[in-house]
Design a protein around this ligand. Structure first.
Ligand code: NAD
Length: 335
């Protein structure tokens, strides 16, 4: 059993702790959160150790690996601590909101053999991964266009938006990674537009957008469109489509069940969409832990690495610059 400790017992840390606890090849080695009530609650519920500090976690002989689910600003320090302690880590996205900080971290950990995996969970969704597999298997020929739709069911709290680093680095970051994953090629040019339709005052105050569209092209001219909104009144909208010379592959939304109702005055009524990321990506979060355990057990490179986190952040920076200056931005400008 691989003994994994969880740092951070907030929204997502609690879920990861439960998934590790339930995993057949992993054990939850314990948890730590600076808010002791949060870690005590998880430790008591799952019957595991509540560590006294992050330093205790990294120094413990009873911890083989660490899952970092703390607030974003702590990720770089904890990745560096994990590398120094020789403990493989799975770190939630994003690595950090600052490209300079990510670059400095990359330099510090360069050459390490300690596995570092990034929590771009959507790669592990069976539907989205199926689109990539269809491309790899040649089922849709040469890919020409990818379309990614990601809309949250409702506006996040003001405090969350204020500290998020902006929609491109907070929300679209998942889609930048998905675009690279599905396309299998790096993007060269990024154009983005943003609008303030949902919460204009908050967005104005934060110099942020709640509604964005990003278009990107690869050096071979392949195209990708990403659309994001902070509020879709019909629920969490998560779709990926790849179109190619030989066909198309679509990963669709998921409803609470697959029953479809037809009547005299309506057709095709369905149950509501799964509410938000914890429900919609339940399978993907579990598969992500499998992939982390597999990489460590088999001594293979994690499916999503530090470099993927760095590249997604560069795309986010390029999108922010494009929206601000109203022009296409070349990725080469960002390095
Ligand atoms: N993969 C995804 O889909 C996804 C979804 C949501 C959040 N996230 C990411 O996960 C991370 C956590 O998000 P969340 O929504 O769970 O936030 P949250 O605020 O609910 O939880 C963060 C927890 O970390 C704790 N913490 C902060 N600093 C700490 C430190 N130095 N040591 C120990 N604990 C510390 C806080 O007390 C809090 O309990 C963020 O980086 C976020 O971007 C990823």
């Amino acid at each position: 059993m691989l003994r994994i400790a969880v740092l951070g017992c907030g929204r997502i840390g609690r879920m990861h702790a439960e998934n590790i606890h339930a995993h057949p090849r992993a054990a939850l080695a314990g948890v730590f959160d600076v808010v002791s009530a949060a870690s005590k609650d998880v430790a008591d519920k799952l019957g595991v150790t509540e560590f006294a500090s992050a330093e205790h976690v990294f120094a413990s002989d009873d911890v083989d690996a660490v899952l970092i689910a703390t607030s974003t600003a702590t990720h770089v320090d904890f990745i560096e601590a994990a590398v120094a302690a020789g403990k493989p880590c799975l770190c939630e996205k994003p690595i950090d909101l600052s490209v300079d900080r990510v670059k400095a971290c990359a330099e510090k950990i360069a050459g390490t053999s300690v596995p570092i995996m990034l929590g771009f969970v959507r790669r592990f969704d069976n539907g989205h991964a199926g689109v990539r597999k269809a491309i790899e298997d040649g089922q849709i020929g040469d890919v020409h266009q990818v379309a990614i739709t990601s809309r949250d069911p409702g506006m996040a709290p003001d405090a969350y938006i204020e500290g998020s680093g902006g929609i491109f680095r907070d929300m679209t970051i998942h889609d930048f990674d998905m675009a690279r994953f599905i396309m299998g090629e790096e993007f060269e040019t990024v154009s983005a537009v943003g609008a303030r339709f949902v919460s204009p005052e908050l967005m104005e105050r934060c110099n942020d957008y709640d509604t964005v569209t990003v278009t990107m092209t690869t050096s071979s001219g392949k195209q990708c469109v990403i659309t994001n909104s902070r509020q879709a009144v019909y629920g969490y909208d998560q779709r990926v489509e790849a179109f190619g010379s030989g066909g198309m592959a679509i990963s669709e939304n998921q409803a609470e069940n697959n029953m479809r109702l037809y009547g005299a005055t309506f057709t095709d009524r369905q149950a509501p969409l799964l509410n938000f990321f914890i429900e919609r990506y339940q399978q993907a979060f579990a598969t992500e832990i499998d992939a982390f355990v597999d990489a460590i057990e088999n001594k293979t490179a994690p499916a999503v690495g530090f470099d993927d986190g760095h590249k997604a952040l560069l795309l986010a920076e390029a999108a922010g610059l494009s929206a601000k200056e109203g022009r296409p931005v070349k990725l080469s400008e960002m390095v």
